[in-house]
Design a protein around this ligand. Structure first.
Ligand SMILES: Cc1ncc(C[n+]2csc(CCOP(=O)(O)OP(=O)(O)O)c2C)c(N)n1
Length: 528
């Protein structure tokens, strides 16, 4: 057994069953080992940003890490933006990065680079293994690191000779690291704060977006007349009828400041004090009212459910009926006519059509501004936000989510600009026959940035600015792009056409793309 095989067997032993890969020569022994060892499914991504986002989406749904296989520094570098997103999401991931054989590095061959240097900013744990007999142990350490709550990025760099030389013993399954309990003083401090009768919000993030935590937060809120809020971006928020529906802190600084102005204190539950995405001239970075007091119940790596339960007990709220629980209310589907596809109508349409148990991956950017309210009362579903703000997560993230939750339909709401970063994910959807319905919100522009230009106080766009904020000349043709990667597509130019197309897509297994032409007229003059 060589080092690569000892590593593969060890990964499988530790419960890693999936490898999102884009390999090269230095990883060939690992590729060969994947053939010899049972229990590892291999999924090819045609760009490393697809690979790393897929690992993120997978962790969010499967609650266990996948490994990735990446080709030296440049391959890893291509995957960094979505590793950054995964790091912000608290997703666990084990990156196996090939390196030149130990004796070859000094010759500075074309692909030689400082791989550790590339890995470090987006990884919690980085190690280069120099000895083939130690590769299995290093692999087990990487999985243990990836499983540190809430989930971490572990990057193991594997020189080619450590893969082909004789390996050491396979490492038996290790216990999963557990969440750290929250100290009683933190619970007491929150209980005391909640008894003061001040205007209070519980702000949820991380694992507090899951159903159990939501229920506890809803009980505490009902008991203390507090509100339940959630961060603007949550890695996985369980939503819909029957669930406690937190109000989301808006992206817009003005709207967020307005929403938070009334709170004298905010209890943080795996969340951080809300900050603006960016600084804008004359606007605050911190969004809560000046003087608002923050009390931390639990940090994202801690036992959030246990802390909420303890807090409910301390307050006598265990049997209280949770506040902010949503009733099922499916909006009517759009009637006949040519109503254009715009955020409010789109939100109602999606709310009407989300199937029970679906996973929605949201990288809708400006077209998604109307989703929160109506979808809160849709059939129960789960909503994955892009975390970390590096666009290009949506399409490949949905690949991982679909593999991590194979029985659940996945709907991706994807801005056309964001979609272009990692559109190779469509090919993986087709190859793996994943049940993913992609709705591309084709507004032909970087629409949000047109607003941001105004927000930072810049003058109205001239020729250069306009050229950088529009996606025309030529227009993107998503149906052909999808078809070229094996995904069938439909175009919708009105809300009614979109409803029909999405219904048809949801009734058909496998991937499907709908190009939803967003805009006031929703008709592109240059299209037949
Ligand atoms: C990796 C990365 N590059 C660039 C940006 C800056 N950026 C933010 S939104 C955006 C455009 C998004 O366009 P689209 O997905 O079409 O959504 P729209 O704004 O039109 O709603 C860009 C380029 C970013 N957030 N991340």
């Amino acid at each position: 057994m060589n080092g690569a095989e000892s590593l593969t067997r060890t990964l499988v032993q530790q419960g890693v069953e999936l490898c999102f890969a884009n390999p090269g020569t230095s990883e060939m022994h690992f590729v060969a080992a994947l053939d010899k060892v049972e229990g590892m499914r291999c999924v090819l991504g045609l760009f490393e940003g697809v690979v790393t986002a897929a690992a993120d989406g997978y962790y969010r749904m499967a609650d266990k890490p996948a490994c990735t296989l990446l080709h030296l520094g440049p391959g890893l570098g291509n995957g960094l933006a979505n590793m950054h997103n995964a790091k912000k999401a608290g997703s666990g991931m084990v990156n196996i990065v090939g390196e030149h054989a130990t004796y070859h590095i000094e010759h500075n061959a074309p692909l030689t680079s400082d791989i550790e240097g590339v890995a470090r900013p987006m990884s919690h744990w980085v190690q280069t293994c120099h000895d083939s007999t130690q590769v299995a142990r290093a692999g087990a350490d990487a999985v243990t690191a990836a499983l540190q709550p809430p989930g971490q990025i572990a990057t193991l760099i594997l020189p080619a000779d450590t893969a082909w030389n004789p390996g050491g013993e396979v490492v038996a399954k290790r216990p999963r690291p557990t969440r750290e309990p929250v100290a009683g003083v933190a619970v007491d401090a929150c209980a005391q704060a909640l008894r003061k009768g001040r205007k209070t919000a519980l702000l949820l993030g991380g694992i507090a977006g899951r159903e159990t935590a939501l229920q506890w937060a809803g009980r505490i809120a009902a008991h203390c007349q507090a509100d339940v809020l959630c961060e603007y971006s949550v890695a996985r928020l369980e939503r819909g009828a029957g669930r406690v529906t937190p109000k989301r802190v808006p992206y817009s600084v003005d709207l967020a400041v307005k929403m938070l102005a009334e709170y004298e204190q905010i209890i943080l539950v795996a969340a951080r004090p809300p900050v603006a995405f960016f600084a804008y001239p004359g606007k605050p970075s911190m969004l809560a009212a000046p003087g608002c007091q923050f009390v931390t119940l639990a940090e994202s790596h801690q036992d959030v459910n246990g802390a909420l339960e303890a807090l409910a007990d301390a307050l006598g709220a265990r049997v209280t009926t949770p506040a902010q629980r949503a009733d099922l209310q499916r909006p009517a589907l759009p009637g006949p006519g040519r109503d254009p596809i715009e955020p409010v109508g789109l939100g109602r349409l999606i709310a009407a059509l989300i199937p029970e148990g679906a996973v929605v991956v949201d990288e809708s950017v400006s077209s998604g501004r109307g989703f929160d309210l109506p979808t809160g009362q849709a059939a129960p579903h789960c909503w994955l936000n892009i975390m970390g703000g590096a666009i290009g997560f949506g399409l490949p993230g949905s690949v991982g989510a679909a593999i991590g939750a194979p029985d659940r339909p996945v709907i991706v709401l994807e801005g056309d600009g964001s979609g272009m970063y990692t559109l190779q994910a469509l090919w993986t959807m087709a190859r793996e026959s994943l049940n993913i319905k992609v709705v591309v919100l084709a507004n032909g522009s970087y629409n949000i940035l047109q607003g941001e230009l105004k927000n930072v106080g810049a003058a109205s766009p001239g020729v250069n600015a306009r050229a950088m904020l529009t996606l025309d000349r030529p227009d993107l043709d998503w149906l052909h792009l999808a078809r070229g990667m094996g995904v069938p597509g439909q175009r919708a130019e009105s809300l009614q056409e979109l409803a029909t197309a999405l219904q048809r897509a949801l009734a058909t297994p496998g991937p499907m793309l709908i190009e939803a032409v967003v805009g006031p007229t929703a008709v592109r003059p240059d299209r037949p």
